[in-house]
Design a protein around this ligand. Structure first.
Ligand code: MSP
Length: 597
């Protein structure tokens, strides 16, 4: 029988060979992708190459300022990136701006600016928001950059040389707002704000116009069965499941060829088709290639391209889960590992839009709730499978309850000079809290320890499937249990002069600090500043904060605890200051006073 390590080495070599090989046909590219997946799954230990990870956000349109929904896409990606770093991966994280196309051209004209100046201004606003919100991207791509033009032109030439692009004519509906082509079945009647009858996209509600143009077409129809095979062979390629099912359904319907250029006379703000200056490359083909550009394409790009994961909102699923994989198959490139789809934030049950005046400004809110507060709220309340409704009140309540009262309260209790006058990571006494019952700990305490011990695995599973809210729910439940543990044993009532009481008191604090160390470590991807404050207060050094360092409560297993006896960090500041909801308090002064008591 072969040993597992031999099998792994062979699998790794085979994956490497497959990744390096050049493929001529779409079928062989698909075969390569599937074979790599099979080999990966058959390895019991991960290959060295597998320690690379590449995560992307959609690139954002610069026709308007960033709103809460944009920040949400970015925060999810940032959280996964930070989580992978904690796991010891070499992670690349790309975001940026999508700057070509008719609507940008029109927005620049309306602002009276030349398109590039206009794009630079708005792109900087996105960058500012992301920097302010600790979005730790490793690359910020703009589609107006030279490196991207080169990648797009190369990609186009590959498809052209394979006969996958042909000159034809397109006649049909087009939505400039969505930069999307629609069939008659996807269009409905509506009335605009001036009372004119118009046609709109049934999906987005945006206005559509009839378009008739000579342009280049991509042979999308040729890829239907390969896309189906890909999805059937990779049921976790699109997550959550409901969106996987949506894509399968699309692929069972008609899949006409796709127009991939516009006449230059109508669209100047874009990349010209190589060899035909009269045509501009379709903005979605241009935009999707950004993921390759960041990976290094057309030069060496395998290290990143073979481990690519995309975060996308549900409105842009078809572009990512149908067009993009078809383009990639056509170009003989591997397909993304996962497309994580999230739903939308609504306000008052309605999609955020300028015309409705319900756009939530993420920059202003991140000042109000703090950066970490904003991040925590979005990830704790945002559910990928369905839309979430935003209200300020929800944010106040959640952040005060979970960050200020529950987590902050627990830290306060364990570090309060009254209970911990020496300001140290107190000692654990095995007689008070033996590994089996018999000391002063009770059954519920053991249940709590079990839940905290299992937390990394639970959290990992939820982070990996982008159900960050479930990870946070699990952490929050454990924090409540730890508070319950302290409350149950009321260490402030113990008799300090009694040595056994003093040991039990120290043990209660030691166990609680160990729990806090666990929460601080696991929360780093979501609330990096709060976690840093928490771990620093516990005296946990920066190189002791990886997932591999967690090693929860070793003393109960008779092992050494490196933290025991250490002096606590000197920053005694509040972990998360309670937020005052001034608007609500103004409306309800009596209620607020009473609540404060
Ligand atoms: N430029 C394209 C993406 C090209 S990627 C190759 C685009 N840009 S966008 O600015 O309109 O949207 C970017 C992201 O923000 C998308 O994932 C979209 O779903 C997300 N959101 C926009 N509004 C949203 C909400 N109201 N709620 C949550 N996210 C939403 O599409």
């Amino acid at each position: 029988m072969r040993t597992p390590s031999l099998l792994v080495t062979r699998s790794c070599k085979a994956i490497h060979r497959l990744q390096q090989s050049a493929f001529a046909s779409p079928v062989s590219a698909l075969y390569r992708h599937q074979t790599i997946s099979v080999l990966r799954n058959s390895s019991t230990v991960s290959c060295k190459d597998d320690r690379s990870y590449y995560i992307t956000t959609p690139i954002f349109y610069v026709n308007a300022s960033p709103h809460l929904g944009h920040l949400y896409s970015a925060v999810i990606a940032d959280c996964l990136h930070r989580y992978k770093l904690l796991q010891g991966f070499n992670s690349k994280f790309a975001t940026g701006t999508d700057e070509h196309g008719l609507k940008i051209q029109q927005a620049a004209e309306a602002a009276g600016k030349d398109p590039l100046t206009f794009c630079t201004d708005v792109s900087e606003r996105f960058k500012h928001l992301f920097n302010r919100c600790n979005i730790s991207y490793t690359d910020y791509i703009r589609t107006t950059e030279q490196r991207h033009h080169q990648a797009v032109k190369h990609f186009w030439s590959v498809l052209w040389n394979k006969g996958l692009i042909y000159k034809g004519s397109y006649e049909g509906w087009y939505s400039t707002q969505d930069e999307s082509f629609l069939t008659a079945l996807q269009v409905g009647d509506a009335v605009d704000s001036s009372g004119n009858e118009i046609k709109v996209s049934l999906e987005s509600g945006h206005k559509v116009e009839w378009m008739k143009e000579e342009n280049y077409m991509f042979r999308l129809s040729a890829f239907r069965s390969q896309l189906l095979d890909w999805l059937k062979g990779n049921p976790r390629a699109i997550q959550p499941e409901i969106f996987y099912q949506v894509v399968l359904k699309w692929l069972q319907e008609d899949l006409p060829d796709l127009s991939v250029s516009r006449q230059r006379s109508r669209l100047q703000w874009g990349i010209p088709v190589p060899g035909d200056a009269e045509q501009t490359i379709y903005v979605w083909l241009d935009a999707l290639v950004n993921y390759l550009t960041v990976a290094g394409y057309p030069d060496i790009h395998n290290q990143w391209w073979n481990v690519a994961h995309h975060i996308v909102g549900k409105d842009i699923l078809k572009f990512h889960a149908v067009y993009w994989p078809a383009f990639l198959l056509g170009a003989g490139l591997p397909l993304p590992q996962t497309i994580y789809v999230h739903s939308h934030w609504t306000v008052g049950g309605k999609k955020m839009s300028k015309s409705l005046g319900n756009v939530v400004d993420p920059l202003e809110r991140s000042k109000q709730f703090t950066t970490d507060g904003m991040r925590y709220f979005l990830l704790r309340q945002g559910v990928p499978d369905s839309d979430s409704d935003y209200t300020d009140d929800k944010a106040f309540k959640l952040l005060n309850a979970e960050l200020a009262d529950s987590l902050g309260g627990l830290l306060n209790r364990c570090t309060a000079p009254a209970l911990n006058p020496a300001q140290v990571y107190t000692a654990f006494c095995p007689q008070s809290f033996p590994s089996e019952q018999g000391g002063r700990a009770v059954g519920e305490d053991y249940h709590m320890l079990e839940a905290v011990k299992n937390l990394p695995a639970v959290v990992e599973q939820h982070y990996e499937s982008m159900h960050v809210y479930k990870a946070l729910e699990a952490i929050s439940a454990c924090v409540r249990q730890t508070n319950g543990f302290v409350q149950r044993h009321a260490p402030w009532k113990l008799e300090r002069s009694d040595i056994t009481d003093q040991r039990w008191l120290d043990t209660i604090i030691h166990v609680s600090l160990e729990c806090l160390r666990m929460y601080g470590t696991l929360l780093q991807p979501v609330v990096p500043e709060i976690s840093d404050k928490l771990l620093s207060r516990l005296g946990v050094q920066p190189d002791e904060r990886g997932l591999a360092d967690v090693n929860f409560l070793p003393k109960i297993r008779g092992l050494d605890c490196p933290f025991e006896g250490r002096v606590l960090g000197s920053d005694t500041g509040v972990l998360f200051t309670r937020l005052e909801n001034l608007d609500r308090d103004k409306q309800n002064p009596k209620k607020t006073k009473k609540a404060k008591k």
